[in-house]
Design a protein around this ligand. Structure first.
Ligand code: GLV
Ligand code: MN
Ligand code: MN
Ligand code: MN
Length: 425
């Protein structure tokens, strides 16, 4: 799959060249040779490689690099304790077979924006930090935005300590193996109180900017969303000898539930996805004893989301009862609707509208998204904003995810303009 580094673009442009070099160095880390997608899961060797890359970038720029109690990385220009800091960044971990841009684009653009500001000779009057939040995707332990949730007090240490990956390794075990003290994790209100503004740049995960013809947009809100685990319990038996009428097959009930999810989402104008499933004993010639499926559901408002999930659960229970299947439904995570800070958003819109490079005569588009972000978690504690960079196909969470290098550089310049307005004289 094409990457921004491979795509043509203004790599000789100042901001383009620092972007290009970082992109090239980061590109091979954690990439699966067969699919071309990324498997950068929290606290694995690939994650450690990405963290080392972050440290190298910070040190090359004379920034002070630290890891906070929850494993998030910070690269500071100026005094971290001074307060009213301007913070920018995103995440480096990925979903299974993720694209190159979801997360890394924000981190690379943050360093490149700092380079751009230095080239401009900008005078910083506030501390500035670039961040890499840990375990944003929740691909390994099932809970998205674990690093920012812990910091913001939206995930307790007790609950985090109970998280396990698919192999049964607990989060504390994985952290300790990677050299991070799992007993240190927990709320970090003093750190968050020293942040005056957080800005996350992210590749758009949809085609709104492509349709409007704009390289960069501003986020207005994140839809409420969550993850629910459905455990369908049946009876393992021989596939070649058990009469259909005698079976208690949880796969059938699971399949009915997937169809119900699609129907409920369509009726409500919402989204519902079963994208992960485990089967026991997982043998071709055995009727399953257990099918475990994870529902991801999202909607523009809370009431709609509640209706959709309740409808799916009701359908699952009806089918389970008729088929003699045991059913457990557990809500594993939930993020309420996020409205980004209006004052900060308006300030950013004004900054971007004033730029000499913008001669379109139109306002920068403002869009909502169904994707979760660390910015959404932090927005409960800190004035927070997001910039989106055009994604011409809208594809994300896939190796085919893409953004053109010209648009990435436009994102860097926009972020630099925003940071200059917030942190510089
Ligand atoms: C994370 O990217 C999510 O929105 O699920
Ligand atoms: Mn993602
Ligand atoms: Mn992301
Ligand atoms: Mn996300």
């Amino acid at each position: 799959p094409a990457t921004a580094a491979q795509a043509g673009g203004p790599s000789s442009h100042g901001s383009g060249s620092s972007f290009h070099e970082m992109w090239r160095d980061l590109a091979p880390l954690g990439r699966d040779a067969r699919s071309g997608g990324y498997r950068r899961y929290a606290w694995t060797a690939a994650d450690a490689d990405c963290r080392a890359w972050f440290r190298t970038q910070a040190e090359a720029r004379g920034l002070t690099c630290e890891v906070d109690r929850n494993g998030n990385q910070w690269a500071w220009l100026g005094d971290p304790l001074a307060g009213d800091a301007v913070v920018t960044g995103s995440h480096l971990d990925s979903v299974p077979d993720g694209g190159a841009f979801d997360g890394p684009l924000g981190v690379v653009s943050s360093f490149a924006a700092l380079d751009e500001l230095r080239r401009r000779g900008a005078e910083f009057v506030k501390p500035l930090a670039v961040t890499n939040f840990g375990d944003e995707e929740g691909a390994r332990f099932g809970l998205a935005c674990a690093g920012s949730r812990l910091a913001a007090g939206q995930l307790s240490r007790e609950r985090a300590h109970r998280l396990r990956d698919g192999d049964g390794t607990s989060l504390p075990q994985a952290m300790a193996a990677a050299g991070h003290d799992p007993d240190a994790i927990g709320p970090d209100p003093e750190r968050l109180a020293r942040i005056g503004a957080f800005v996350e740049l992210h590749v758009e995960q949809g085609r709104a900017l492509d349709l409007s013809g704009d390289p960069v947009g501003i986020a207005s809100a994140i839809w409420p969303h969550g993850r629910w685990r459905f455990d369908f319990g049946g009876e393992a038996n021989h596939a070649g000898t058990t009469r259909l009428a005698d079976r208690r097959d949880p796969m059938l009930t699971y399949a009915e539930t997937v169809l119900a999810a699609r129907r409920e989402a369509e009726l409500a104008g919402a989204l519902a996805t079963f994208g992960k499933i485990t089967v026991e004993p997982n043998g071709v010639n055995a009727i399953p004893s257990l099918v475990r499926g994870w529902l991801d559901s999202r909607a523009a408002d809370q009431a709609t989301l509640d209706t959709v999930v309740a409808g799916i659960e009701r359908a699952a229970r009806d089918h389970a009862q008729r088929a003699g299947i045991d059913l457990d439904v557990v809500r594993e995570s939930f993020t309420p609707v996020v409205e980004f800070a209006h004052t900060l958003r308006d300030e950013i819109a004004e900054t971007l509208a004033r730029r000499p490079s913008r001669d379109t005569g139109r306002a920068v588009p403002v869009l909502s998204t169904g994707a979760g972000h660390d910015a959404g978690i932090l927005s409960a504690s800190v004035p927070t904003a997001m910039l989106f960079v055009r994604n011409p196909t809208g594809i994300s969470h896939s190796p085919a995810e893409y953004a053109a290098e010209d648009d990435c550089v436009a994102g860097v310049i926009a972020l630099a303009d925003v940071l200059e307005g917030l942190a510089c004289r």
